[in-house]
Design a protein. Structure first.
Length: 212
């Protein structure tokens, strides 16, 4: 979860256009929760656009958003918001909460993949839950960084599901390992563990090939 401070607000043609002080890791289609701003700006909304120029309204024929390219305004977020028009005004009193809770795989899925019996509650089950959460969030974020637009609740495909399971399983199995972060002088020590293997990357479709 990330929280950002608002910098401005505006309402035109039943669309709110707010901005944040800092650049936000938000993409179109995701949900945000706005608080601290007067009605009707506050609430939970779906992000419709992330423009970098002055919002001037909506085209009456096409319904497309219109902007003034001569007036740059960074870090803006547009969402549907019914209310009386509000001219652009600076406002630092609000906050924008962005939560990404990916649920592609469950703990039961992970335990089945691992092929082990884990008692709930137990330390092993707690670790499996942590590995599941980390695997979901990491794989979703890496695909997002590669340019994919995925649902947080439904895996985009069997290949991605398997890749997420393999990554989460590697995290669960890596307890006590040193990964490959540094060289060890003890040749008889704990073996290294790799989580983001080439096959996991292949299943997740990362890095995404660039198209000219």
């Amino acid at each position: 979860m990330a929280t950002y401070t608002t910098a401005s607000k505006q309402l035109l043609s039943n669309y709110a256009c707010i901005s944040t002080l800092e650049e936000a890791e938000i993409v179109v289609g995701e949900s945000i929760t706005v608080s601290g701003l007067a009605a009707p700006f506050a609430g939970t909304f779906k992000v419709l656009d992330l423009p970098q120029y002055e919002f001037t309204g909506v085209d009456s024929t096409t319904g497309e958003f219109q902007f003034n390219p001569e007036v740059p305004r960074p870090n803006q977020i547009i969402y549907a918001c019914t209310g009386t028009s509000v001219n652009y005004v600076v406002d630092y009193t609000g906050s924008v909460v962005h939560t990404q809770n990916c649920t592609w795989i469950t703990t039961a899925d992970l335990v089945t993949y691992l092929g082990v019996t884990i008692t709930n509650p137990s330390d092993d089950y707690t670790l499996a839950t942590q590995a599941r959460n980390a695997g979901n969030d990491f794989c979703y974020r890496r695909r997002q960084e590669a340019g994919y637009f995925d649902s947080l609740t439904t895996s985009p495909g069997h290949d991605v599901t398997l890749g997420t399971l393999m990554y989460a399983a590697a995290l669960w199995r890596s307890r006590g390992s040193i990964e490959t972060a540094f060289a060890a002088f003890d040749t008889m020590g704990t073996p290294t563990q790799q989580s983001l293997t080439p096959i996991v990357k292949q299943l997740l479709g990362i890095p995404r090939p660039a198209v000219a």
